[in-house]
Design a protein around this ligand. Sequence first.
Ligand SMILES: Cc1ncc(COP(=O)(O)O)c(C=O)c1O
Ligand SMILES: [Zn+2]
Length: 432
Amino acid sequence: MQATTGTQAATASFKNLKCKECGAEYELQASHVCELCFGPLEVKYDYSNLRNTVTRETIQAGPNSIWRYRKFLPVASENPIDVGTGMTPLVRSHRLARRLGLKKLYIKNDAVNMPTLSFKDRVVSVALTRAKELGFSTVSCASTGNLANSTAAIAAHAGLDCCVFIPADLEAGKILGSLIYSPTLMAVKGNYDQVNRLCSEVANTHGWGFVNINLRPYYSEGSKTLGFEVAEQLGWELPDHIVAPLASGSLFTKIYKGFNEFTEVGLVEGKNVRFSGAQAEGCSPIYEAFKEDRDFIKPVKPNTIAKSIAIGNPADGIYAVEIAKKTGGNIEAVSDAEIIEGMKLLAETEGIFTETAGGTTIAVLKKLVEAGKIDPEETTVAYITGNGLKTQEAVQGYVGEPLTIDAKLDSFEQALERSRTLERLEWQQVLV
Ligand SMILES: Cc1ncc(COP(=O)(O)O)c(C=O)c1O
Ligand SMILES: [Zn+2]
């Protein structure tokens, strides 16, 4: 079914869609580009209403999920799709912090976000709730993997028909992680940017609700909850510095919007949070624009193991550059080898197995500290947005092998001795 009109409850605080470029306003319908200037549309709220109705206590009395922030999200329903998404741990890092030389480092761990183990469950919970309100019965997306997993899972839960599109060369875990929910899965022979272009055409011809195309203004708001949660979990305070991965740039810009909204309605004291972004060298159009001080993105052809963040023509890239610049942050890129090292470093020091996007974030965090671009005294939050079990091939061959032994004590003792000798030899090599 194709939806054409907007729906909204009288009590909701979201008011309209507004063009980020020219300010033209639109009804709350399924559209994402300005008819006048082709700029992206964003949801606007009535902040005076929010100031009068939301307090720290009303939020804390809400569900243990992203829906405790429902008033800041663009849904009218009192009963949104709640699959337990959000309220993931904010882990105080000690061992990684010490290794890097930071005093107050936190890991926001969306590797364990529910139900599909990436931050995309946040955006999809919002998008599909809104899709239902707008009358869509089929939902879809153009995905680098995680979004397809989330859309397929949450559509299954909500009883919506689902057709998702991915590049055909994704990791096995990402493909199986969609198929299990029985969507129609289109594996397109091409990269993400080609998938996305195809999906724009399908959105026009089939009238489906594409979470990251015609529902993009609603979908993207879900990422604000990564800002809200960190502020609440830090005791209603903003951090000094955040590091997050960049694909389209949307997540990064919405964490920023989340911090600003909490400040605007008086839930936290305002401060300049420095925003730093992470890309893979094999797909770094946002980093390149930042480095060359450009106000436009030059699209690239991705070639990196960090497939989930391999977007060559990022829709919100230039807004991410703007935020990094105006907050005094940075955007950095790291090699595939550094990404693997980043995944291993986080696992070995904090017990968190993240996917390649998280490896990129940790590698960039390390690079920024080494370059003196993160002050050791700053309260720094690194956003880990996906789970390593989905991208196992990235570290296959870099994590050693198990010691296979007979079920006998002497076999165990011999293997233990061999492994200790090996360890000693490795240490001696490190020391010389
Ligand atoms: C694990 C993970 N982290 C980060 C991102 C970046 O998201 P955005 O497109 O909002 O920049 C993605 C995008 O697919 C992702 O899958
Ligand atoms: Zn416009």
